[in-house]
Design a protein around this ligand. Sequence first.
Ligand SMILES: Cc1ncc(COP(=O)(O)O)c(C=O)c1O
Length: 394
Amino acid sequence: MDYSRFFSDDVPSFMRSPVREIFRKVDLASIYSFAGGYPDAATFPVGEMESLTRKVMEKYGARALQYGATQGVTELREAISHWYGPRLTGGNLPLENIQITTSSQQGIDICARVFLNPGDVIYTTNPAYLGAIQSFKAYRADIRPLPLFASGDGHVHQDQLPGKAKLIYVVPDFCNPSGITLTLEERKALVDFARKEDLLIIEDSPYRELRYEGVPVPTIYSLAPERTLHLGSFSKVFAPGFRLGWMIAEPQLLEQIFVCKQALDLCPPVFDQYLALEFLSSGALDRNLARSLELYRTKRDHLLALLQKYMPEGVSWTHPEGGLFVWVTLPQEVDTVAMYDEALSAGVAYVAGSFFYLDGSHRNTMRLNFSFLDKDRMEEGVRRLSHIIAKQIG
Ligand SMILES: Cc1ncc(COP(=O)(O)O)c(C=O)c1O
């Protein structure tokens, strides 16, 4: 049967994620994967889940299994206000500014759904997070590189400003994929630009708490709360399987988000919210996070040392202060898209950098994740990858 007439006009704009396609084709356990942004399973509170679950059942009983409020469980919003408020603004975070999301990916998608008409311009960094590009494309937005950074001279050129721009989307802390953190000056310039052009800013920050060195840079939300929607996530500080995150914004903006979310899933997962509440309010999350930071710091350092040891001349890479990714630049002649099948045959997976570029350029770059593999497997993976790259350089 030909089903084509049943699909909506949006469907041709849907984009497959090359990252998720990789996972569809290969068994992660059988390869050396630097591809996904998977946390190390050792950071998941597996041992504590039994007592955590019992505690939730004893304390909340059937409430934890019932439908819940669309904006999220009130006690969890209060706990986030206490824990995250000082981190976000250095001060108070009122409850009416907090919406629980079914993970930050949903937060991005809701923003796209609420704010974007087909053809509306949204600015982002280039390269940018693929999951966000997927959402913006699905609503047929016109995604463009942020003029502020695209010009290379820190100035916005008028010819780079099309009409109908509404939004800026950025991952200012340890960006996926580049690993870059925007400086305070860059954040201020971005806010000035947003104010001048009257744009809203989506500040997507799932990696903010994963800082291994240096000092946190003030959030964009703290610089411009009136026009920023800040997205946080439990995925990297608790476990991604719960699919929980939060959105912080002005109540007038959250009101529309709230109505949109009703149609999406009625409410965030209630049982998961109570688990997150107990984990957060008991202090277990902070203890777990401290252990995760130690683990990820050593894994990052290990990957950087292995790149130094094995990569051929002409290859360079970033030194991220946090997050989960190192960005690698190879000599111009190396095409990481073309090289991919050979790498996979050798048992190694990475993500070609060009997938994150709006125009598919920079085919000589790749993103390497350092959280997933254990240290021994990481060494064998880098050794194999370096060997393949060396062959390409010739
Ligand atoms: C920049 C960015 N935003 C959002 C997400 C989605 O996270 P979540 O698990 O909270 O949906 C990711 C996932 O890796 C990400 O890297």
